[in-house]
Design a protein around this ligand. Structure first.
Ligand code: DHB
Length: 311
């Protein structure tokens, strides 16, 4: 075991870093680049039953503080990612996560049945928090719908899986969401957070929105979201002691990774900063994290995870 090694669902990871689903993971070429990078693992683009082109462009825009996007689930359809998962070289030691974002409960059950039948080692991350499909509210902001989804998926899929959650902003919502997740022991990990949905970036020069879909409304990531992400990681870490947490949101430096670990994350995903810097970012983040851990005298991530102090 080295300083950076991590585990999720009993699987070993050489380091805690991976991409956030949606970034650099729509095509095999991009997934292969992540597999060849210093990331500890990788996750596929959230998929639907049928391939989608997504929303009209421009649909991603970076600002000095982060990014806004309304991609609209452009993806090659689940069979494409399942073919990738079947051909993937697991023996090379880099676990693969498989993101699923059906447009209905039935679609999720269809995809999960096929994924289960393929019996690959890929780990499912069920996306309950896509904010960008016009006319489709986020499942995880409708607690009754989320409960029905997890009930049906637990019965049908019947294997351990994870859920990708949106940010919550109220203690009562942390309590209610965690209580629902805790009803389902097969929900083995919780990824916090997806983008903060339906924000609006304005360019004052052009007096215009910066992305085309949804009159400019989209999910924001990057520096805008780090404290919200840390709060959600820590809120679910505290409330879901039998589950693991994957941190996602605002990670641009090794220090940001260290913050997510302190808050309770077992693995840490990188979205906007990966989009802006490319897969070489994982070499830098691992080096920066190693420097911090060594300076503080830590010998494993286990000594850091969830050790956030309160006053
Ligand atoms: C998209 C964005 C998300 O935040 C997500 O969880 C799934 C899909 C998208 O716009 O493609």
């Amino acid at each position: 075991m080295s300083l950076l090694s991590a585990t999720l669902l009993g699987t070993h990871f050489a380091n805690p870093l991976l991409n956030a689903s949606g970034v650099h993971c729509r095509f095999n070429t991009e997934l292969d680049e992540l597999a060849a990078s210093a990331a500890g693992s990788l996750v596929t683009k959230s998929c639907t039953v049928l391939a989608r082109d997504g929303n009209p462009e421009p649909r991603y825009f970076a600002t000095p503080l982060g990014s806004i996007n309304s991609m609209g689930l452009p993806n090659a359809g689940y069979q494409y990612y399942l073919d990738y998962a079947k051909a993937y070289d697991y023996a090379a030691g880099k676990p693969l996560l498989f993101s699923v974002a059906g447009l209905s409960l039935e679609d999720n059950l269809t995809m999960l049945a096929a994924i289960k039948a393929a019996a690959t080692p890929a780990i499912v991350e069920l996306n309950l928090s896509c904010p960008n499909v016009p006319g489709k509210p986020q499942i995880a902001y409708d607690f009754a719908a989320m409960d029905r989804m997890l009930d049906a998926v637990s019965r049908d899929y019947a294997l351990p899986f994870g859920v990708k959650m949106p940010p919550y902003f109220d203690i009562a919502h942390f309590d209610e969401a965690a209580a629902i997740l805790n009803k389902y022991p097969l929900v083995a990990f919780v990824t916090c957070i997806n983008s903060i949905g339906n924000a609006l970036v304005i360019d004052t020069e052009t007096e215009s929105v910066v992305i085309k879909p949804k009159d400019g409304f989209g999910g924001i990531g990057g520096d805008y979201v780090l404290p919200t992400a840390l709060a959600n990681v820590n809120a679910f870490y505290r409330r879901c002691p039998a589950k693991q947490i994957i941190g996602c949101g605002g990670v641009k430096t090794g220090e940001h990774v260290f913050m997510h670990l302190l808050a309770g994350a077992s693995l840490v995903q990188v979205g906007t900063a990966l989009y802006e810097e490319g897969p070489g970012i994982f070499t830098r983040l691992n080096a920066e994290l190693t420097t911090i851990l060594q300076r503080k005298g830590y010998q494993s991530l286990d000594e850091v995870r969830g050790k956030l102090r309160t006053l």
